[in-house]
Design a protein around this ligand. Structure first.
Ligand SMILES: C[S@@+](CC[C@H](N)C(=O)[O-])C[C@H]1O[C@@H](n2cnc3c(N)ncnc32)[C@H](O)[C@@H]1O
Length: 274
């Protein structure tokens, strides 16, 4: 906020946040994220609450809603399908997980390449803990990751309903795990031997300049897998490979990290070791 931008009143922020709580689409987003976005929206709307509500919704769409189906994700149905599949055998479970992952644009795009993605990204590591930050529905790919039995999966994102769903799904799959609501603007949180930060740096940069790149520094993991989208959601390539590879490699050049790079369609992958 600059000197000329007045901090909105707490009342105005509460009013905008309350309106979002009533909206079907955003009611289960972490309250601290809604408050943060509401405050910024009110600043840019000059304190106008109606405009603040509109702008907060627009921001939430950009950082969260755009990845999900137009109508609410059917988490209850996905759990029923997974439960039934567990009685039917491996192929049915694979199909149920693939179908659930297709409800989030980021995991949907990765579906055809899951096996090669994880074989390369996790080659040679046998972690006891994996942290999946801003995870979306990627934790459902755990069976493709080849993790050692007993590895604990830590999953976090900003939607309470999505985290409850993942909690139940990972229970059903017998994967030791913890899920939680976590705003990455506050840093990565818990340490783990492997951290996944998939397609999320640009999304964090949109929320606070520097917040995405800073995560690479703040994550306390010997192995960090960070990826960047190389196609926009509308499938138009906009020189994103060039933009993100240059930005990442310039950032890494000032640091003492070892890293490998590879690509799958739609995604540029760096495996950083330190
Ligand atoms: C591009 S998607 C990537 C999802 C997942 N990592 C994947 O690649 O399958 C970005 C994710 O960031 C989450 N997100 C957005 N802002 C966040 C924040 N401030 N803190 C934590 N997660 C956030 C969104 O809900 C969304 O699931």
């Amino acid at each position: 906020m600059t000197g000329s931008e007045r901090r909105p009143t707490d009342d105005a922020i509460q009013t905008v946040a309350a309106a979002l709580t009533k909206s079907k689409r955003y009611a289960t987003v972490a309250p601290d994220v809604v408050h943060r976005l509401a405050e910024r929206a009110l600043v840019s709307a000059g304190g106008n609450v109606t405009e603040g509500v509109k702008r907060t919704k627009r921001s939430l769409h950009e950082i969260y809603g755009a990845y999900l189906p137009g109508s609410a994700a059917q988490y209850g149905g996905m759990l029923r399908q997974l439960r039934a599949a567990l009685d039917q055998g491996e192929d049915a479970v694979t199909e149920a997980l693939r179908s659930a992952m297709s409800a989030h644009a980021s995991s949907r795009e990765r579906l055809p390449y899951l096996t090669e993605f994880y074989a390369q990204a996790l080659a040679g590591v046998t972690p006891e803990t994996v942290s999946d930050l801003a995870c979306g529905l990627n934790p459902l790919a755990v069976r493709w990751m080849g993790l050692p039995a007993g590895c604990t999966y830590l999953a976090s994102d900003i939607d309470a309903r999505q985290m409850e769903f993942l909690d139940e799904a990972l229970d059903l799959l017998g994967v030791p795990h913890r899920t939680r609501l976590h705003d990455l603007v506050d840093g990565p949180g818990e340490s783990a031997e492997v951290t996944l930060l998939l397609k999320t740096v640009p999304c964090m940069e949109r929320q606070q300049s520097g917040a995405g790149w800073a995560l690479l520094e703040k994550v306390r993991s010997p192995t960090l897998i960070v990826t960047f989208p190389t196609k926009s959601l509308g499938q138009r390539s906009k020189g994103m490979f060039q933009t993100y590879s240059t930005a990442f490699e310039e950032y890494a050049a000032d640091r003492t990290w070892r890293y490998e790079r590879f690509e799958i369609p739609n995604e540029l992958v760096y495996v950083i070791r330190r």
